[in-house]
Design a binder for this molecule. Structure first.
Ligand SMILES: *Cc1c(COP(=O)(O)O)cnc(C)c1O
Length: 475
């Protein structure tokens, strides 16, 4: 399997890369995103063979179709060591919870940080450690977080050889639980930098450091952001797992509803569908930041300015543009890289939007790719959390509530609907209390984490200070 960039001039064979070459990379040099040159096809016999595999073995089977430069025995060992009951809480790893006839939650949030990002990040940690050891190299991951991504990255990389994490976050702006999760880590390879500013300041600093190519090279700076192909690939696995849990034969179809922000999670569903997984609909659920819902309804993709990005009670979906969306549009437009470069490289930066409503490909999209969408507000979230708790006896978090609210408008008789549970309620206690008048239940292992000693460096939001900190801590 080789990988191409969504913006590579077509037929550019020289630029085709292997998996381990793109594993540690972010964007392709031309500014595009990496995708496999084709989607491997999974036939009926293969689905039957995969049904009943353990999650680790299923991950190995799926990954084997995309990774041919890690010896199979090593890849298998990495998968098995990643997806364990000890780390993810159950033998099934992603058990389905039935809410009512035909409507399920797929539990993706029982990993170390209680959000679905652990599903991919835990694998990434093990892949990074493996590949860096093989190359005899080191990597310093620099990131910016307002919550879930940073903690998932830290819990995935803690104690890993060859990797250090420098995670910036806006000082005092994460929830106490999120701060406690990150700052209580005492591993010497994990560095929390709480910057006196907002999330955008953190992100600007990360960009500025990454744009200093000399510094980047000298200090081997890398990232783990959501455009990394390996993260997306790891997420493909749980679409297969959810399908097998909800069905007994390969003639059945299921639909998924995905609480979406950067379009990484639902893009993995798209990949699974392209591989032949019998998915009826992929429903994109957004919150008040409805960039994606607007696109699927109208064909217009209009990125928002920072000032037009709402701060909501499902904050991990508060995005102004969806960084993985380019991958889907690449497929939608028949993998026309020249057009993608025009749309995402030129048009978006010049005018902040593009319009595909007149394009035959867009008009055929819902049918061809199964996409549907919907949006959910703070009031919807409260109502859905309350209803799900009082009537169905299940407590859900704010992001999952957005998903469930939208899922209910896309139910089809005879097609199980699986809503991806992207976080546990304890991470968003304030809104749960607002909805239910009580605090969420807290998993035992998180009792008292707010009282643990904290390892964090508070500093002004200043590029040079961040660089100096990295330089002093890389040895
Ligand atoms: C990251 C995140 C999302 C959004 O996922 P994308 O892959 O960015 O679409 C949704 N819910 C939670 C809880 C998250 O952490």
């Amino acid at each position: 399997m080789r990988y191409i960039s969504t913006r590579a001039a077509s037929g550019d064979m020289a630029d085709r890369k292997r998996f381990c070459e793109i594993l540690l990379e972010g964007l392709a040099p031309d500014g595009g995103l990496y995708l496999p040159e084709r989607y491997p096809q999974v036939d009926d016999a293969t689905l039957t063979k995969w049904r009943g595999l353990s999650y680790g073995d299923l991950a190995f089977e799926v990954l084997s179709l995309y990774v041919d430069d890690i010896p199979p025995a090593d890849l298998k060992a990495i998968c098995e060591k990643t997806y364990t009951e000890e780390v993810f809480g159950t033998k099934e790893i992603v058990p389905l919870k039935k809410l009512q006839e035909g409507l399920y939650l797929e539990a993706l949030s029982n990993g170390p940080t209680l959000a679905f990002k652990d599903m991919a990040m835990q694998l990434l940690g093990n892949l990074f450690e493996y590949e860096l050891a093989r190359r005899g190299e080191e990597l310093n991951i620099l990131g910016a977080t307002s919550g879930d991504t940073g903690s998932a990255a830290e819990y995935a990389m803690r104690g890993k050889k060859g990797v250090r994490v420098f995670m910036t976050s806006p000082n005092g702006r994460m929830s106490p639980f999120q701060q406690a999760q990150m700052f209580s880590l005492q591993d010497p390879n994990i560095h929390n930098l709480a910057l006196e500013g907002v999330f955008d300041d953190c992100q600007d600093i990360v960009k500025a450091v990454s744009n200093d190519l000399d510094f980047k090279r000298q200090y081997k700076i890398g990232t783990v952001n959501s455009i990394n192909w390996a993260r997306l690939m790891a997420q493909v696995v749980y679409y297969f797992a959810g399908y097998f849990e909800a069905t007994t034969s390969n003639t059945e179809k299921v639909s998924f509803t995905v609480p979406s922000g950067n379009f990484g999670n639902v893009c993995a569903g798209h990949v699974a569908r392209m591989m032949g997984l019998p998915i009826a609909k992929l429903v994109v659920a957004t919150n008040e930041n409805d960039v994606l819902d607007e696109f699927f309804r109208t064909g217009v993709y209009r990125v928002r300015a920072g000032a037009d990005t709402h701060e909501t009670s499902s904050p991990s979906m508060d995005i102004s543009k969806a960084s993985n969306f380019e991958r889907f549009v690449f497929d939608l437009l028949g993998r026309d890289a020249t057009r993608i470069a025009e749309l995402f490289g030129n048009r978006l930066s010049a005018q902040g939007s593009f319009d595909l409503s007149g394009d035959a490909a867009f008009q055929a999209a819902a049918q061809r790719y199964g996409f549907a969408s919907g949006t959910s507000t703070h009031a919807d979230r409260l109502q859905t959390i309350r209803d799900t708790f009082q009537r169905l006896g299940t407590m859900i978090d704010t992001h999952t509530a957005d998903g469930l609210k939208v899922a209910r408008t896309h139910l089809q008789v005879g097609v199980p609907m699986i809503v991806l549970e992207t976080a546990l309620p304890i991470k968003f206690a304030e809104t749960i209390e607002e909805a239910l008048g009580r605090l969420p239940t807290r998993p035992a292992k998180f009792e008292g984490i707010e009282d643990l000693p904290k390892r964090v460096q508070v500093m002004p939001a200043d590029v040079d200070l961040v660089k100096a900190y990295i330089a002093n801590n890389v040895h």
